[in-house]
Design a protein around this ligand. Sequence first.
Ligand SMILES: [Zn+2]
Length: 459
Amino acid sequence: MSLQLHNTLHGKKEVFEPLNPSRVTMYVCGPTVYNYIHIGNARPAVVFDVLNRVLKQHYPNVIYARNITDIDDKIIAAAQENSEDIAVLAKRFSDAYHDDLKALYNEEPTLEPLATDNIDEMISMIESLIERGHAYEAEGHVLFHIPSNDNYGALSKRSLDDMIAGARVEVAPYKKHPADFIMWKPSDDNVPGWDSPWGRGRPGWHIECSAMIRKHLGGTIDIHGGGQDLTFPHHENELAQGSCCADNEQYARYWVHNGYITIDEEKMSKSIGNVRQVHALLKDHDGEVLRLALLSTHYRSPLNWSEDLIVQARNRLDSIYQALRSCDHEAADITAIDAKVQDALEDDLNTPLAISALHECARQLNKSTDLKEKTELKAKIINSGYLLGLLQRDADVYFKGSSPDNGLDETTINNLLAERDAAKLAKNYARADEIRNELTAANIELEDTKDGTRWRYAS
Ligand SMILES: [Zn+2]
């Protein structure tokens, strides 16, 4: 089976055929670093991390770029509010972003360009758009002129009338068309700015991505990804800039968008007070559990985030790790992937089906009595889990790693277990029971096996 992806541009699933199989390119819009990321921002990072793993399995050279927007009016406003330097604030939140993504078991992208490192490319792209009659300067601003591009609206399937209706509120007087969008704007002395042919100013958000793609990946990329909320206007505008700055330029071959996240069936919003920041979730939950929760729904479907979802994810991960832990033998030295996991992922990244297939492998592992079969199943679970970014830890580390705050530490637990073993040997069952009760009260679950007692932090 070959990889199929849903392409927003054509509104259907298509077989993925890269322009150049020896250099596959993917660009995903990264964060604007003015705050901690919430679980909705983490979803594309995890989804495209899985896609990157699947692509790398098929192609030897995958270049995955995910940008950091480190200049934006939201960053300027947040820095002013804190009386903090803009660059310091942007660095602080981009570090936090990296920490959060690492804790969710994401691999690093191949490239992570910063907007402020690519201003020259943005300026030269804007210049060529002006030259080609797609953009104009007005009062220190440079705007993209939408009627100059016949294909505008092709990605988001919007007509010019819809866009005029959407833009009716407060149309700036210097706009030739109400839907024209800003690529460059003037900066006064209080905000960061760069010299340009149009005076000191700074880029708009859309031009950042188009220019970074052109510089780092080339004229046409294979996959452009991001959240569904970016389709309009951000991606539509990126497409307009990228396809109009050179002759016959195809900007991106496959546009892949992930769906929204709701919180307990409600829209996530500051005003409702239900924003779930990743760094806060990680204080209470294991990152791998959160990752499985994010992948438990197909990426294009809306995902409803709730405590129940996290509990279900933890139970599923527990049961697979439990199967791995109960097989005392090393995994076989094979690279095979479970065929059902592979097929599910190649069918437009059907992660819920892939997770069910992993679960099925774990059930077989629990049932099997054949040593060769067991070690092969164990290897298949681990190899297939890698494609999802799951199950790469030692099962013991997984069970012991998710210590709740104020819980007993590992050394204390091991000392108590040693004392319990000694008590049992001395036939002091009262003391042995007392220790078990003490551990149960501290939320530690014990499992007595022929090889000794195993323990884990209970959910
Ligand atoms: Zn972008």
